[in-house]
Design a protein around this ligand. Structure first.
Ligand code: ADP
Length: 759
């Protein structure tokens, strides 16, 4: 029936036969009923071979199973529709090759039978093309992504369509935030407007890039525009750096021209090869006298500034070898014919692909002659330095090391040159007082110089010399130095010292003399004092014995026949005279002692005998009722001044007798032992009041409890002086009202030797 249908319609048949699309009729059981020739060819079957086969024959194995259900589903609600929307459909050829297909389905009823019409196209080619396009697109995106410029694709109404990462990073936005937004939304400031304005200016075909500057962040952009039907693409390059470099270059060029024209150095620019002058500055004209017009287009040799090109060639050679030349000294001639000395700096510069020689010259004629003068003055200084008889040294300020010394210095301090150079005065111990050095430095720092300072220095051998010292700061080869002068004044100093010692001696003599005179004066005064004391004592002490003498002589005249009475009076007279003699002796002794007229005259004598004689004398004189107890211990013969010892006995024992009641025992002890004589005189008398004890040896001093007893207050003073004269000591112990003990300790010289001789 179907065949009939087809045979009825010739046109349909033709379509069916010649269609370049596969057409299959499949019944509801999935059995292929008809295939067109294109199908057979496509799947690789003979004509009619497919008929009666199941449609699954043309389906790849992995979809076969699912297909039955799908087909069943289609026949339940049959309608025209594409098959497997969104799926990649494939079919399988007879040879097993699987290929992509696109299928659409339709259906019709053949009587009670449901029939599906399958239209199937091989899309292998299309798929391949699609893949190529896709890959091409990806490659393009990759390229756009990888370029360092920002790429932005816009729709016609300035909405962002595509941006590469660079563009996003410049915008600081995520892709989602930008895509679909207008340029003004993304750039709420000037950039959007700038783009648009520049864009509008251009013809559609104009692809020349334009440059814009953003005002918000001062960056410069170079923008290329490509227009197409759907919109436009912008390629933006950040040229900020280049732009600023260009500006800097412009500035430096401007600066160069300012410097060139205002430079105090004469600058010329000449062509390297032809040597022709291209430009000169104002200073050049002033220095050489030639105007720009007179020089440009000529060489320096043409106008006579330089004699030939030798120096120029030499300089060019140096620049080529070592780079820019500086401080090169040459002589040149000015327009007026004067020779001037120049210090030049030169370099080769490149301007518009051409090389030029740039020469900057400074006139050093004046400083050159100043330098020469300086050199001459330095020579003069060096000569003066060396020839000076005064010691001179130069040391560095920073560490005090000596860098030069003159002959005068070496001679004064006794060093060799090499012993001094590089060392400090401190190291050489030149200062006698090390602290002097610190003083000198601080003074120097305060005032900047030191003058007329007198200090003591040590020479190499350690001899001390006195110098007048001066220090001054100078600068030598850019270094701060000290120049020190030292003038030897030792001789003058010594003379002064001598003078001073003479003066001291004189002064000492005067003092001594004055002292002597004062002492003499005092002595004179003392003598005067003594005289008046003597007079007062004499008038008092002499009265009693003298009146005794007077009355006894008178009575002697009266008593002529009574011998006993007469003898009594003679005794009284004798005793009174003795008393007077005693007093006078004391005065004389004191006077002699004070005038140092007493000489020690030692002799050998029997101490025991001497003591016994004195005791007898005293007992009688003081009418003692008890004998004086005398004990001697040790050798009796001693070698001493007998007169003095006698005087000591007399003084001490008579005091003991005077200041004790007549019935009290007086003890005298003499001990001779080991070259020493000790005398003890002990009484049981009135004693010496405590308050008077310390004054007891003073001249004319008498204790308060002794006023009623005759005395002069001289005995103890004289005794002490005698004891000291013999090199001994005197001391006492006394208890008022109980008694007194005097002790005398005396050395006895050469006693043993003398003792041996006499025995
Ligand atoms: P003078 O006996 O002539 O007064 P001295 O120089 O001998 O002079 O003695 C000084 C004083 O010392 C005496 O006046 C007396 O007061 C005191 N003196 C000396 N010896 C004794 C003694 N043995 N006992 C008490 N007083 C004494």
């Amino acid at each position: 029936m179907k065949e009939n249908l087809l045979s009825d319609s010739e046109a349909f048949k033709a379509i069916f036969e010649f269609a370049t699309i596969s057409i299959l009729l499949v019944d509801e059981h999935g059995i292929i009923q008809i295939t067109n020739p294109h199908t057979d060819k496509l799947f690789g079957y003979e004509s009619g071979e497919l008929k009666g086969n199941r449609i699954e024959l043309l389906i790849p194995d992995k979809y076969k199973e699912r297909h039955g259900n799908l087909m069943k589903g289609y026949f339940e609600i049959p309608q025209r529709r594409p098959m497997g929307v969104g799926l990649e459909l494939t079919a399988q050829k007879k040879n097993g090759e699987i290929f992509p297909v696109e299928i659409s389905l339709d259906h019709y009823n053949d009587g009670p039978k449901q029939m599906a019409i399958v239209f199937l196209s091989d899309i292998t080619h299309r798929k391949r093309t699609e893949k190529v396009i896709h890959e091409e697109e990806k490659r393009l995106r990759d390229i756009i992504q990888s370029i360092s410029d920002a790429f932005m694709g816009f729709t016609k109404d300035w909405r962002y369509g595509y941006l590469n990462d660079k563009a996003l990073s410049i915008l600081g936005r995520a892709r989602d935030e930008v895509i679909g937004k207008t340029i003004w939304e993304v750039f709420p400031y000037d950039l959007g407007e700038n783009f648009e304005r520049e864009f509008q200016k251009r013809q559609r075909s104009d692809m020349t890039p334009f440059t814009i500057k953003t005002h918000h962040d001062l960056t410069w952009w170079r923008v290329r525009v490509a227009r197409y039907d759907e919109g436009m693409a912008l390629l933006c390059s950040d040229i900020t750096e280049a732009k600023y470099a260009q500006e800097a270059q412009q500035r430096s060029e401007t600066q160069f021209s300012v410097i060139f024209n205002s430079s105090p150095s004469a600058i010329s620019i000449t062509e390297l090869d032809s040597c022709l002058v291209v430009d000169i500055n104002r200073s050049h004209t002033q220095l050489f006298g030639f105007t720009k017009e007179e020089l440009i287009g000529k060489t320096m040799v043409d106008v006579g500034i330089y004699k030939n090109m030798d120096t120029r060639n030499q300089i060019i050679g140096l620049i080529r070898k070592n780079g820019p030349v500086s401080n090169y000294e040459i002589a040149a001639t000015t327009k007026r014919g004067n020779t001037i000395h120049l210090l030049i700096s030169a370099d080769i510069i490149r301007l518009a692909e051409k090389e030029y020689l740039l020469v900057s010259s400074t006139d050093i004629s004046a400083s050159k002659s100043a330098m020469e003068e300086l050199q001459r003055s330095e020579e003069r200084f060096a000569k003066a330095f060396q020839a000076s008889p005064v010691a001179l040294s130069i040391s560095t300020m920073k560490d005090g090391k000596m860098i030069d010394v003159n002959y005068g210095f070496l001679e004064l301090f006794g060093y060799q040159r090499e012993e001094v150079i590089g060392r400090t005065a401190g190291e050489l111990k030149m200062y006698e007082h090390a602290e002097e050095r610190d003083k000198v430095i601080s003074q120097l720092l305060k005032h900047g110089f030191i003058r007329n300072k007198e200090i003591t220095c040590n020479t190499k051998t350690g001899t001390k010399i006195q110098v007048i010292f001066a220090m001054e700061m100078i600068e030598l080869h850019g270094e701060k130095c000290l120049i020190t002068t030292a003038l030897d004044i030792t001789d003058k100093y010594k003379a002064e010292e001598k003078l001073k010692s003479y003066a001291d001696l004189l002064e000492q003599k005067v003092t001594e003399r004055t002292l002597e005179l004062t002492q003499a004066l005092e002595r004179e005064k003392e003598v005067g004092d003594m005289k008046s004391r003597f007079v007062s004592i004499a008038s008092h002490e002499f009265r009693t014995p003298l009146s005794t003498i007077l009355s006894s002589t008178y009575l002697l005249e009266q008593i002529k026949d009574n011998e006993e009475d007469r003898s009594k009076h003679y005794n009284r007279i004798r005793s009174a005279v003795k008393n007077l003699t005693f007093i006078l002796t004391e005065f004389l002794s004191l006077d002699k002692l004070e005038q140092r007229k007493v000489n020690v005259e030692s002799e050998l004598f029997d101490l025991d005998t001497l003591a016994s004689e004195v005791i007898d004398e005293i007992r009688i004189a003081y009418r003692l009722s008890v004998p004086i107890d005398y004990v001697h211990v040790g050798p009796r013969l001693i070698y001493q001044d007998k007169r003095i010892i006698r005087n000591l006995f007399l003084n001490l024992v008579s005091n003991a007798a005077k200041y004790s009641p007549p019935d009290k025992l007086i003890k005298l002890r003499t001990i001779v032992d080991k070259g020493k004589l000790t005398i003890h005189v002990i009484d049981e008398g009135i004693g010496i009041p405590l308050e008077d004890q310390k004054l007891i040896f003073n001249k004319f001093f008498r204790a308060h409890n002794s006023n009623h007893i005759q005395g002069t207050g001289l005995g103890l003073n004289i005794s002490k002086r005698y004891v000291e004269l013999l090199g001994g000591e005197i001391d006492f112990k006394s208890i008022p009202g109980a008694g007194t003990e005097f002790m005398i300790y005396l050395p006895i010289q050469k006693f043993e030797l003398i003792k041996v001789k006499t025995t």
